[in-house]
Design a protein around this ligand. Structure first.
Ligand code: PLP
Ligand code: MN
Length: 371
């Protein structure tokens, strides 16, 4: 049987390990900082819910002025809709007719937007939409702006937008996202990559305008790049996700001068369960934190870490003495999104990691929703 959930008021010191903990004070400051950044520049903010998969956090983002949230999978959209989130943008490709049918059904109960990047995708979406009695639906044409993932080449954006309109669907604008460049460490190199992405996006806008259509909105951007999209004058909407938690990987980036400071807000509470003179072993391996972007760091004291497998993380001594058997050690995960997807709940604490107390336990509503 799973451990009982900690009731509100539980001291953080009493939480079992490993537990995924959200520092609410830091999370709220991160949400407010990006909301203020966007508002000051007249930009819409549609944060990516792939990071948290959690309706409670989506509600905090919406309360801070977000126009909706993005999701990456249909089942993720359905789970968040079931949990009461009613403004969703599926910023990814759907090509399976059965799934397109489900998406159209979802558009009858929430405000939905979808993305397309192929004539077949538009054709199938249009078929599903007509069969679904034509609910309101925003359709974005996705453009490949340098990542080499989804999206048409910029010069083909206009033709696809025309096809969207000819099918009777609403052309809502362009999806332009460069995910790879965000993890480039040097701020100057990221700036160069995003300048290239902006040039390709400009080309895509021109391709649409050459058909006589207007581009109502360009949407995209993430935590490692949004200052550049914001400064370009092209993007009207930001989709940052990880800014709420700031994982180790993003903290390794050289920050952009214009970016607000985001704090670490996602922590894994772990415990030393074995100890020798030369190492300490924690009870949290990669079944409780994702390691695709590297190992977590310990916080605030940094010991060198080594992979201990599914259920363990190994700490080696540094200048500071190793923690003792039974001690609590806090980890900052290497990559927040897949870490959250490993947990059923997020324990939200108020008042810090040492003195704080549980304020709420949030369900990860779309956990495991990969379809
Ligand atoms: N938009 C899209 C299409 C994404 O795929 C992602 C993340 O992978 C994001 C936005 C959010 O990016 P980040 O979590 O880096 O802020
Ligand atoms: Mn990620």
């Amino acid at each position: 049987m799973a451990s009982p959930l900690p009731p509100p008021g539980t001291p953080v010191s009493a939480l079992p390990t490993p537990t995924l903990v959200v520092d609410l004070d830091a999370l709220e400051r991160n949400i407010a900082a990006l909301a203020a950044f966007a508002q000051a520049r007249g930009l819409r903010l549609r944060p990516h819910a792939k990071t948290h998969k959690c309706a409670a956090i989506a509600r905090l983002q919406l309360a801070a002025g977000a126009v909706g949230v993005c999701v990456q999978k249909l089942s993720e959209a359905e789970a968040l809709a079931d949990a009461g989130i009613d403004r969703l943008y599926l910023s990814n490709q759907l090509i399976d007719p059965a799934r397109l049918g489900r998406a159209v059904a979802l558009a009858h109960r929430v405000q939905l937007a979808l993305a397309v990047d192929s004539p077949l995708g538009v054709e199938r979406l249009a078929t599903a939409w007509r069969a679904g009695a034509q609910p309101a639906l925003d359709v974005f044409v996705e453009v490949d702006i340098g990542q080499g993932r989804c999206g048409v080449p910029p010069a083909q954006a206009g033709a696809l937008a025309l096809q969207v309109v000819a099918a009777g669907l609403r052309f809502a604008g362009l999806q332009a996202y460069q995910g790879k460049a965000q993890h480039v460490r040097s701020a100057a190199a990221r700036s160069t990559a995003l300048a290239h992405a902006a040039a390709l996006t400009r080309e895509a806008v021109a391709s649409v305008q050459a058909t006589g259509l207007r581009v109502p909105l360009v949407t995209g951007a993430g935590t490692g790049s949004f200052v550049h999209e914001a400064a370009s004058g092209l993007w009207g909407e930001l989709q940052c996700g990880s800014y709420i938690f700031m994982d180790r990987d993003y903290a390794d980036n050289e920050p952009d001068a214009e970016a607000p400071h985001f704090e670490h807000a996602l922590f894994l509470k772990a415990q030393v369960i074995s100890r020798s003179e030369h190492h300490a072993v924690l009870d949290a391996g990669h079944k409780s934190h994702a390691i695709d972007c590297g190992l977590p760091i310990t916080w605030p004291q940094r010991w060198p870490t080594a992979n201990g497998g599914d259920e363990h993380l190994i700490l080696h001594p540094d200048e500071a003495p190793l923690p003792a058997l039974g001690d609590t050690v806090w980890l900052i995960p290497g990559h927040c999104d897949p870490t959250v997807n490993l947990h059923n709940h997020l324990v939200a604490v108020r008042g810090g990691l040492t003195q704080g107390q549980v304020e709420a336990v949030w369900t990860v509503d779309a956990r495991g929703c990969v379809q």
